[in-house]
Design a protein around this ligand. Structure first.
Ligand SMILES: [Zn+2]
Length: 187
């Protein structure tokens, strides 16, 4: 793992944390025990491997719910802005899928979720996209929208920055908008 990869890894963790906690709160409100593991930061990229990223939310039976917070808004399949649904990176799917109960993508404004269940796995496929900034090829797993369950989410589970904007980063147990986030991610 290179330094830019490490920075992307840290950003991915911090950027997903408000949504992960919102989904965990929603699961608890629905009577499910949900635990968010405390994030352990790898102090630098060369020790990254010792700090494997092992799942977003653990249910009581030890199974996982994986959560992504999108930077765009949607309410249903009708206004979903992509051709397909990105489930996760190939590497993470390979490592975690046997333990995952649901892959969830939350709308930027928390108004809706798209959810893919592992029982649709035979319909998943590999994708290759080139990152516009880095030029690096990214390998993901995706599926078509007919395999996605869209439903409203509860906006009250959202987390907010002290300036009252939506929190899109979680750092040190606090929530921050992009402007007030105390960490500058590079790479
Ligand atoms: Zn703010």
């Amino acid at each position: 793992m290179t330094e830019p990869d490490h920075q992307q890894f840290l950003e991915r963790l911090d950027r997903s944390r408000p949504a992960v906690h919102a989904v965990a709160d929603w699961l608890r409100w629905n009577g499910k025990a949900a635990t968010v593991p405390e994030t352990r930061y790898a102090p630098s990229f060369d020790v990254h491997k010792e700090y494997a990223d092992n799942g977003d939310i653990f249910l009581a039976n030890g199974r996982l719910v994986e959560v992504k917070h999108l930077t765009i808004n949607f309410t249903s399949a009708a206004d979903w802005p992509f051709r397909e649904f990105f489930i996760d990176s190939q590497a993470r799917v390979a490592r975690l899928v046997d333990n995952v109960d649901a892959y969830i993508a939350l709308s930027a404004d928390y108004a809706a979720m798209g959810m893919v269940l592992p029982k649709t796995r035979e319909h998943w496929y590999f994708t290759e996209t080139r990152n516009g900034n880095t030029g690096k090829v990214v390998h993901n797993v995706a599926c078509s929208l007919e395999h996605v369950i869209f439903r409203p989410f509860e906006k009250r589970f959202a987390h907010y920055c002290h300036c009252s904007k939506l929190g899109v980063f979680g750092v040190g147990g606090k929530w921050f908008c992009r402007q007030h986030c105390p960490i500058t991610y590079v790479g």
